[in-house]
Design a protein around this ligand. Structure first.
Ligand SMILES: [Zn+2]
Length: 350
């Protein structure tokens, strides 16, 4: 009996050195949660929704190698086939493992927003080209910073930064190493607003709640279980507001997400949220960027002037605290691109 229990436990546990853990969220829903230290380069959480007949997978990691590890975890949970893969958006860290599921499950459908195909073919292709060219140098620069004991901001490096840089360097190198074999798998089912999947045991809604992290974000919502799997509309420990984000719409999209009243929110990166406090904080941040940038434009300010007048210090403190790493990430993944894109978008509206 004990041997059986031990065998069952071993079968259910990922290897001790694995850079992820597998967390049941509600019955039948499991998150492969990344546990690399938060940094500047990312793998994504991947979610399995196990139904009566088959499985829905949400997001497929940053590389085929990483997706194969996630798929091995799915195989420890169930031998049911994967019927749908939903990509919450078209960034490679959520989609580069699609080919692993395509090869393993003939007939699997890939669900993406209607703009995914075009984004993948244009900006996505350009991003990959840039990563191929600049990735190895970036990884080398990170390792050099660790050797020299200086952070990217030029200060003495902290333990948190050292761990993050080394982990980031490994992630970048693995991603770039996988790029030559990467096949882009486009959506076979395109969603403009809403798709409902009945998996035989529950209702799964795939929703576009508006533009935010990208113009093509999808949320997977389990209304009965009150679970929302939200991709990079929510990222921890700092939000991700990049050059392909829409800061003017992002806050309202998060308000719609809050309107779902999910009690479990699975972010694209970071731990499962059991309340909406972090999402509310991020929504407040995005609304502040939107409103203060619009006010700066109304005063006739240039982007450089707006960068000085938009005051995010209180929210930077609330989100990044005293961590030099998180402050750097906030400046580079929120304030910098966020104000620039908000400025550009607000001008376009005038
Ligand atoms: Zn993303």
């Amino acid at each position: 009996m004990i041997a059986t229990l031990v065998a069952a436990w071993c079968a259910a546990a990922p290897p001790a050195h694995a850079p992820y853990e597998v967390q049941p969220v509600v019955p039948g829903v499991h998150v492969v949660m990344r546990r690399e230290p938060p940094g500047l380069w990312f793998d994504s959480n991947s979610v399995f929704i196990v139904g009566a007949r088959d499985v829905v997978v949400v997001d497929t990691n940053v590389s085929p190698e990483s997706a194969r590890a996630s798929l091995a975890e799915l195989r420890r949970i169930t031998d049911k086939p994967v019927r749908y893969v939903v990509n919450t958006h078209w960034h490679d860290d959520h989609l580069a493992g699609n080919q692993v599921y395509r090869d393993a499950f003939p007939g699997v459908q890939f669900v993406g927003h209607v703009r995914t195909r075009e984004e993948l073919s244009t900006t996505g292709a350009e991003n990959r080209k840039q990563a191929q060219e600049a990735g190895p140098g970036f990884a080398k620069a990170l390792r050099k910073r660790v050797e020299d004991g200086r952070s990217l901001a030029g200060a003495p490096i902290t333990d948190e930064e050292r761990a993050a840089y080394l982990s980031d360097a490994r992630l970048v190198e693995r991603y770039v190493g996988d790029l030559p074999g990467l096949e882009v798998v486009f959506p076979t089912v395109e969603v403009a607003e809403r798709l409902v999947i009945d998996d035989g045991s529950r209702t799964i809604e795939v929703l576009h709640l508006g533009r935010g992290h990208t113009g093509a974000d999808l949320v997977v919502h389990l209304p009965k279980e009150r679970v929302a799997i939200v991709g990079d509309l929510v990222s921890w420990p700092v939000p991700l507001v990049g050059t392909t984000s829409h800061p003017a719409d992002f806050a309202s999209t998060l308000q719609r997400l809050l309107g779902l009243e999910a009690s479990v929110i699975v972010p694209g990166h970071g731990p499962v949220q059991r309340d909406d406090a972090y999402v509310r904080l991020v929504a407040r941040l995005l609304a502040t960027i939107r409103d203060q940038t619009a006010a700066a434009i109304a005063r006739g300010e240039t982007l450089e002037q707006a960068r000085k007048s938009v005051d995010l210090s209180e929210l930077r403190k609330a989100i990044a605290g005293d961590s030099a790493l998180r402050q750097f990430a906030f400046d580079n993944y929120v304030a910098g691109p966020g104000i620039a894109v908000a400025h550009r978008e607000a001008q376009r509206k005038d």
